[in-house]
Ligand binder design. Structure first.
Ligand code: HAM
Length: 417
């Protein structure tokens, strides 16, 4: 038997229904924030991810699903959504008629990681990108407040917001030089992975699970000392908006995030419930002032976040969220010898947009179909009903039965469901 690839999941039945419910919820919250959908390809030129997410990041160095296509072009399955969205934003010149462009996306991402609960090789993200000609702290706040609204509306428990300021591009460069110098001098104290991060992505050493507990990281220079006054002021503005909206947060100088394009604000919504699984970060995001320019576009800044949909599902389960059961309106049970009467009724119901199906099983078993589809009514047809041009409707909530004329079925169903 051929089985699904490691680190992937099939989604069907009630679970698929739940996914749709959640996706629709996220789409309607996007509409509240005037954010429009964008769909970009699942694969892009590999160079797009190398130059945005960054060389030296785990996502590019270790986790990229890369391949050469039949034309020998170097391609990669997208490991995240931001790079493709920005590529499309520039390519389609979306900035020409707008000072602000707000986009959301939903879709599969791919990272070759060690699979665990909440960590897959194919996973789904819902993300937003808010792009603007000017630096507007309120947009950073808007991104966080939308994520917070999602958490609030889904009544997620045990979630905390952590924020940090990585400073502007120049501050980051200066900080990286200082970090490289510090870690080079104490190289022997680092784990093997972090030794390789020196000179490439030294900030990642700060949040390495192993090294962050050691003196080599604890004594490392802190980002705060390298951040420009302008960047500090900007960050304070965002915090003011958060305070004003009574959104609680924790500042954590070790939050650096794993992707290369951030400047200024970075944030994560973390699940503090121990049962969340290997990875507790449900939402990750931040500001990027140079990414659009870096990809050959105009001087446009952005801020955004992405939710790991599988992790959101786990968090919902842990919070006891109850999804509505998938249901149909009517299940026809035909116990008459002839099928024509029942089949014609089924067609009539569907023509009138009543969610309906027919069970071909024997009477008792047919009720299993009524139950498994959560049908609101069973419509029973026997030889007597056919003779009388009637049907029996059995309402599943009250277990009441009523015999009605065939010609009244649609009207009655429309009134009740
Ligand atoms: P990220 O932190 O790499 O950020 O991913 C965002 C979220 O995707 C994570 O917090 C997590 O919930 C989920 N995720 C990541 N990897 C996996 C995995 N292997 N299995 C399951 N879930 C996973 C980004 O991707 C940025 N593009 C977010 C962003 C948008 N920043 C600005 N705009």
């Amino acid at each position: 038997m051929i089985t699904k690839p490691k680190g992937t999941k099939d989604i069907s039945g009630q679970t698929s229904w739940n996914w749709n419910t959640l996706e629709n919820k996220l789409k309607s919250i996007s509409a509240v924030f005037n954010i429009q959908e964008i769909r970009t390809p699942i694969f892009e030129s590999k160079s797009l991810f190398v130059s945005t997410v960054g060389e030296g990041t785990d996502v590019v160095n270790k986790e990229l699903y890369e391949f050469n296509d039949k034309g020998d072009r170097e391609m990669a399955l997208r490991p995240e959504g931001t790079a493709g969205v920005i590529r499309s934003f520039i390519e389609d010149k979306m900035y020409v008629n707008n000072d602000i462009t707000k986009l959301f996306y939903l879709g599969q991402m791919f990272r070759y990681e060690r699979p665990q609960n909440g960590r897959q090789r194919q996973f789904n993200q819902f993300g937003i990108e808010l792009l603007s000609k000017d630096e507007i702290p309120y947009l950073d706040f808007e991104a966080i407040s939308m994520a917070q609204k999602i958490i609030d509306e889904l009544e997620l428990k045990d979630i905390k917001l952590v924020i940090n300021n990585l400073g502007d591009g120049e501050s980051r460069t200066k900080y990286n030089i200082a970090l490289n110098k510090h870690f080079e001098e104490r190289k022997e104290e680092l784990c093997d992975t972090c030794k390789e991060r020196i000179g490439v992505n030294p900030m990642r050493i700060i949040d390495c699970k192993v090294c962050s507990k050691e003196a080599v990281v604890k004594k490392a220079p802190m980002i705060y000392a390298y951040i420009s006054q302008a960047s500090k002021t900007y960050f304070e503005e965002i915090k003011k908006y958060l305070d004003n909206a009574e959104i609680k947060y924790e500042e954590d100088a070790t939050l650096v995030r794993g992707l290369g394009y951030y400047t200024g604000l970075v944030f994560e919504f973390v699940n503090t419930n121990e049962n969340q699984g290997a990875k507790s970060t449900i939402i990750g995001g931040g500001h990027y002032s140079n990414l659009v320019k870096h990809l050959g576009g105009p001087d446009i800044k952005g801020v955004g976040f992405a939710i790991g949909m599988e992790r959101l599902m786990i968090a919902l389960e842990l919070s006891g969220y109850e999804f509505k059961q998938r249901s149909i309106d009517a299940m026809i049970i035909n116990v008459a010898e002839d099928n024509t009467y029942a089949n014609n009724l089924l067609t009539t119901l569907r023509t009138n947009d009543i969610k309906a199906d027919i069970s071909y099983r024997k009477f008792k078993n047919a009720f299993k179909d009524v139950e498994s589809t959560n049908a609101k009514a069973a419509i029973i047809i026997g030889n007597t009903e056919i003779k009388e041009s009637k049907v029996v409707i059995k309402w599943q909530d009250t277990k009441e039965e009523q015999k009605v004329l065939l010609k009244d079925v649609v009207k009655i169903m429309k009134e009740k469901v």
